[in-house]
Design a protein around this ligand. Structure first.
Ligand code: GLP
Length: 259
């Protein structure tokens, strides 16, 4: 099962995951990162930003998880814009090495397979950052997504559109469709790091970590992965049945065994 780490704050989570990324990039300056959008990964990017002086990230390659379909890439809430603003520019990544699924309608039927090919050519993703939706989605893999799925177009649930309405003027402006790495794509990454904060994520986290492995809760796919880390605050951990055991395990973790 996943290693569950319960931390005091978002900042502590960000620092912990940033440490893992720093170690990865020191070992391989051309490491391939799977980049997530949404509010959850922001503390990771902020913690990494504080470390750019000690680390050259210019050769790192990145693949975003998902994008809205039909959105103008220059729209401030397109994931292309978010990744540029929150990750590429502050961390000094080379924009030519960072891809976001192409959500433009022209040729949309090929954009998923092109993306899969690009990930394959880069040698696969070393560390995939993940958030989780309140309905248990990861990337934009809504309930019912196949565990074997690859990058493709999906329809967003009303719940996800409502959740994401805060980034737009109104819920009607939230696109109906998206293009997302599949659960199969995500499961091929070599290390999964899922973060979640706040009470609103507690049920999704409990389902993903301890619930049955089911397409009805796509985040539960992480239970099939040999190296998955889940970093949550107390509120997001509040419905975990074995929280005490996770704390005990982490408190007694050998020094040599890092995230
Ligand atoms: C969005 C993204 C997901 C993200 C999720 C949670 O729909 N496509 O990748 O994990 O919502 O968002 P947040 O981190 O803002 O709660």
């Amino acid at each position: 099962m996943a290693e569950v780490i319960i931390v005091e704050s978002r900042e502590a989570a960000g620092a912990l995951v940033a440490d893992a990324i720093v170690r990865l990039v020191r070992g391989n300056p051309e490491a391939v990162l799977g980049l997530a959008t949404g509010s959850t990964p922001l503390p990771v990017y902020e913690a990494l930003r504080a470390r750019v002086g000690e680390l050259d990230l210019s050769k790192v390659r990145g693949f975003a998880l998902d994008e809205y379909v039909g959105i103008d890439p220059r729209h401030p809430e397109s994931y292309r814009s978010v990744i540029t603003r929150e990750v590429v520019e502050p961390l000094g990544l080379d924009p030519r090495r960072v891809r976001v699924p192409d959500g433009s309608l022209d040729g949309i039927e090929h954009h998923g397979s092109d993306y899969e090919e690009a990930i394959g050519e880069a040698g696969g993703i070393d560390l995939q950052i993940l958030g989780i939706g309140t309905d248990g989605h990861i990337g934009f893999n809504e309930p019912g997504s196949s565990f074997a799925s690859i990058t493709r177009v999906k329809t967003l649930t009303q719940q996800t559109r409502d959740d994401n309405a805060r980034f737009f003027d109104s819920v009607d402006d939230v696109p109906m469709h998206c293009i997302t790495q599949g659960l199969g794509t995500i499961l091929r990454a070599r290390h999964l790091v899922l973060l979640a904060f706040g009470e609103g994520k507690a049920a999704a986290v409990a389902g993903a970590v301890e619930g049955p492995v089911t397409a009805s809760l796509p985040g539960s796919a992480i239970q099939l992965h040999p190296r998955a880390s889940v970093v949550v605050d107390e509120a997001a951990a509040s419905r975990l049945r074995f929280a005490e055991y996770y704390r005990y395990t982490y408190d007694n973790k050998p020094d040599w065994q890092v995230l």
